[in-house]
Design a protein around this ligand. Structure first.
Ligand SMILES: *Cc1c(COP(=O)(O)O)cnc(C)c1O
Length: 436
């Protein structure tokens, strides 16, 4: 299968090229030229299958013709070493818990899958130099990518983060690992980190001398595997007799997760409607309401992994629906919540249902509550991170200290190692060239 660019100014790429390059040459995002579908009988039989079997089925449909099917099965199994259970929170509202992976956030799925797929293509292509993954993080992405790529041969990861601006828990998740992971502490903001990564990709000399790639959700190998858990969630609800009339709500920032859900629906998953839940960064909601998309600088909120003012996967959503606003609003609704509303939801759900939401999942839960599901309808929201990842915020809201899971405690015992750098591209370039 070929992958085309959403800007349609670059030649179509093979899966291998799309994964190694990340972004198309014209700055567009890669899209598969066909979306395979599962027959109704296959959808009905999901409920008798394990997470590994379901994920393998979906992965083979997308990637099976472009790589060795047994290698793909091994990648799926190796990626999904943890479960994504569906838990009832309140009547017809269910939580899809995506936080049981190594860094306790949903990004573990895509990051682990991409690391293994990239490693496979590097071996198959016989690339004989190291591939350098550059990733800028405001907190969560760095941990998921660093842990996903840890120990993968022939790949080095450089995590750029704003010094003093990520939480101590987040910093531990990427700055204590060593091996092929290097944490680079930039004397600047997240935007400075992102600007350095972009400047490195645009630099001719760097690209001649080093093989560079990105691990953000623009990469098809990172965002597409996120469709696996939508099918697995459906199977779990079906087992409980609750899959009939389903609305799925996705707390969204760069919209990779929601886009993977829309792909799952296109593959045949029976979801009646999606809701994109946002914090005060609501350019997508504004687009749904007006048909006009106006990116703007992000504002800081309690749900900071969704503080995005120009979501990168918006281009994929437009492309998926042929830029037809009416078709998009038929299948995707939106909503926005302020910090006060997020805090009130976390507090109330903890009190009334004894379920501890994180600030991102809180937006998802509240959107389903505000929707007033009718009898026979089911609402499923994606709980994208473990509340302990946002301990300071959640403790302050509920007044009860969140227990830190052992996986997180283990990170906090590691020794921090990072390389301090300024925010100038010349210094960053010198640093990268010294790694040659
Ligand atoms: C990254 C992240 C999101 C946003 O996901 P997108 O795919 O970028 O829309 C939501 N919640 C948490 C906890 C995250 O880490």
């Amino acid at each position: 299968m070929k992958y085309y660019s959403t800007n349609r100014q670059a030649p179509p790429a093979s899966l291998e090229e799309a994964v190694i390059r990340g972004l198309a040459g014209d700055g567009g995002l890669y899209m598969p030229e066909r979306i395979p579908t599962l027959e109704a009988a296959a959808i009905r039989s999901l409920k008798d299958k394990s997470f590994h079997e379901i994920a393998d089925r979906v992965a083979q449909a997308f990637f099976g013709e472009d790589m060795d099917p047994d290698a793909l099965t091994a990648i799926v199994q190796d990626t999904l070493s943890f479960d994504t259970p569906v838990v009832q929170v309140d009547g017809a509202i269910y939580s899809l818990e995506l936080f049981h992976g190594p860094t306790l956030a949903f990004k573990d799925v895509g990051a682990r899958f991409m690391a293994r797929m990239l490693g496979y293509f590097i071996r198959r292509k016989g690339i004989d130099r190291e591939v350098n993954v550059l990733v800028a993080t405001s907190g969560d992405t760095g941990g998921a990518v660093a842990n996903g790529f840890l120990g993968i041969p022939r790949i080095r990861v450089f995590v750029l983060y704003p010094g003093g601006k990520v939480s101590p828990i987040q910093e531990c998740q990427f700055a204590t690992l060593g091996q092929n992971i290097t944490a680079v502490e930039i004397d600047g903001t997240f935007d400075d980190c992102q600007a350095l990564v972009k400047a490195a990709f645009a630099d001719g000399e760097l690209n001649r001398r080093l093989q560079l790639t990105s691990a953000n959700s623009i990469n098809v190998a990172r965002f597409l595997p996120q469709s696996f858990y939508y099918f697995h969630a459906f199977a779990q609800l079906d087992r409980a007799g609750r899959a009939g009339n389903l609305t799925v709500c996705v707390p969204s920032g760069n919209f990779g997760n929601l886009t993977a859900g829309l792909f799952a629906r296109r593959m045949g998953l029976p979801v009646r409607q999606f809701i994109a839940a946002n914090n005060r960064n609501d350019v997508f909601l504004e687009y749904l309401r007006t048909g006009i998309y106006t990116p703007r600088p992000s504002v800081a909120t309690l749900a900071n992994a969704m503080d995005v003012g120009n979501p990168s996967n918006f281009a994929r959503i437009l492309d998926l629906y042929g830029h037809d606003h009416a078709a998009i609003i038929q299948q995707v609704a939106g909503c926005r919540y302020t910090d006060e509303q997020i805090a009130a939801t976390v507090r109330e759900v903890c009190r009334a249902h004894r379920y501890l939401l994180d600030p991102h999942g809180a937006c998802g839960y509240q959107a389903l509550l505000d929707r007033r599901l009718q009898p026979g309808e089911t609402g499923l929201f994606l709980e994208t991170a473990h509340p302990a990842k946002f301990k300071e915020t959640v403790d302050r809201i509920t007044g009860i200290p969140v227990e830190i899971p052992p996986a997180l405690q283990a990170f906090m015992q590691g020794k921090k190692q990072s390389i301090p750098l300024g925010k100038d591209i010349e210094g960053f370039k010198r640093f990268l060239l010294a790694q040659e």
